[in-house]
Design a protein around this ligand. Structure first.
Ligand code: HAM
Length: 428
């Protein structure tokens, strides 16, 4: 019979076995972030709808099509967060962090919500880990961010990543570039899909984000529809943005961080300025972006703060876990465990002993008061490395049997020496 309830479309349950990989991913990341000197921040999973509309951009897919927007019982207009940069900046302002220190290095991890069409690597609830440096326009901050981004992936065993890099300049750059793109695409207007035709009017940069193969062929020149090559945003940068771009590239070169300039990289959110970056893994298919980020110098001002530049990124943990799973990586070796088996008369003693040993060891114990044979079977199945048997007579003498389940070797040890014996047998 089919169960009455299923997890809502686009959401998933993560069961213990899969969570081992997630915990490994998280603990690796925490180590890297701590060594880079970032402090964790936790903000609410929902915020005022306006916060996202104002920052992600009214014309972005995230706001137009993907928002979990709702009214609460107090008639407040709220939304489940589709991303967390806006929330972090809201918190930065709300707590006056700018008055406490000039530069803040923050990171976060948690669920985000976007109402997209679910497919491999794309969910309606997904998790991100992200980092932000708020308070400096210096290109060195962009370089540190990209280094941290790459080093997180390295800690997860991705040694071979190419970072895609572009500059999206300032709002003025993008206005000029949008006009140039519009002009360039005018002759093929009728060949574009309905979405892109609409975007040609509202925000032509978004057309560069298309996944439609026919449109991709037009953009790359492969279809032969356009005879002049696509204009590049980099050619529209003002002098300051150009100098910033050069300095970021130089900083990455100095660190030996590989990148490819991607003229089509525009990012899906509207708050970016200057540096934009992403990494992809083709094994994921259509949803190949593992993470992305960039600079957002106007965001805090748009939220009513004084001009405060920032730069950051987010990484999709579901996608990282998927790639590691495909590669069979990222599962930590399980902690070797001890199984305690008891007779009817030593059951209570076994429970007390298990509780005591669990201060130090991973201990399994039958809680169903089953017979000795059933406990032996369970011990065999459990994958435990050691078996401790509380026989009635031995226990009365202050002894237990200690068996190596891998070799079958068994001997008596005293109750008092048990912890030391277990340590020795587990090679600690
Ligand atoms: P984003 O590119 O929208 O950037 O998302 C970052 C990553 O989240 C994506 O590369 C992808 O791995 C993952 N992701 C996004 N949507 C989904 C989904 N529906 N299912 C699974 N994974 C998904 C941001 O969110 C910005 N806040 C990054 C940033 C931080 N920029 C500056 N600071």
């Amino acid at each position: 019979m089919a169960p009455k309830h299923q997890a809502p479309r686009g959401t998933r349950d993560l069961l213990p076995e899969e969570l081992q990989r997630w915990q490994w991913i998280e603990s690796r990341a925490r180590g890297v972030l701590a060594r880079y000197g970032y402090g964790e921040i936790r903000t609410p999973m929902f915020e005022d709808y306006e916060l996202f509309a104002r920052t992600s951009g009214e014309s972005s897919d995230v706001v137009q099509k993907e928002m979990y927007r709702f009214k609460d019982l107090g008639d407040r207009d709220l939304a489940l967060r589709p991303e967390n940069t806006a929330g972090v900046c809201r918190a930065y302002l709300e707590h006056g962090l700018g008055g406490r220190a000039r530069i803040h290095r923050l990171w976060y991890m948690g669920p985000m919500f976007r109402y997209g069409r679910p497919q491999k690597g794309r969910y309606r609830q997904f998790a991100q880990i992200g980092a932000e440096i708020i308070g400096t326009p210096a290109p060195g901050a962009d370089v540190e961010m990209i280094a941290l981004f790459v080093d997180l992936f390295a800690a997860w065993g991705f040694g071979d990543l190419a970072v895609l890099l572009n500059s999206v300049g300032t709002p003025a750059t993008r206005r000029d570039y949008a006009a140039a793109l519009r002009h360039w695409l005018e002759p093929v207007k009728e060949k574009l899909g309905a979405d892109s035709r609409q975007r040609l009017e509202t925000n032509p940069l978004r057309i560069l984000d298309t996944k439609n193969p026919d449109e991709l062929a037009i953009l790359s020149g492969a279809s032969g529809d356009l005879t002049t090559p696509m204009p590049h945003m980099l050619d529209f940068l003002d002098a300051d943005s150009r100098a910033h771009w050069d300095a970021v590239r130089q900083g990455l070169d100095a660190l030996g961080i590989g990148y490819e300039v991607d003229h089509g990289l525009v990012r899906g959110l509207d708050y970016y300025s200057r540096t934009a970056f992403e990494v992809h893994d083709r094994s994921l298919g259509a949803q190949s972006a593992l993470g992305g980020g960039g600079r957002y110098d106007g965001l805090i001002e748009a939220l009513g703060g004084s001009p405060t530049p920032g730069v950051g990124f987010s990484i999709g943990l579901d996608r990282v876990a998927l790639v590691l799973e495909q590669r069979g990586e990222g599962v930590p070796a399980p902690e070797p465990s001890v199984f305690i088996a008891a007779m009817d008369s030593t059951r209570d003693a076994a429970a007390a002993l298990a509780r005591e040993l669990r201060r130090e060891f991973t201990v399994e114990l039958d809680v169903e008061a089953r017979g000795f044979g059933a406990q032996m079977k369970a011990a065999g199945k459990s994958g435990a490395r050691l078996l401790v048997i509380l026989g009635e007579e031995e226990w009365t003498r202050g002894e237990v049997a200690l068996k190596q389940l891998t070799t079958g070797e068994q001997r008596l040890v005293t109750r008092d020496a048990l912890a030391a014996e277990l340590r020795g047998a587990l090679g600690r």
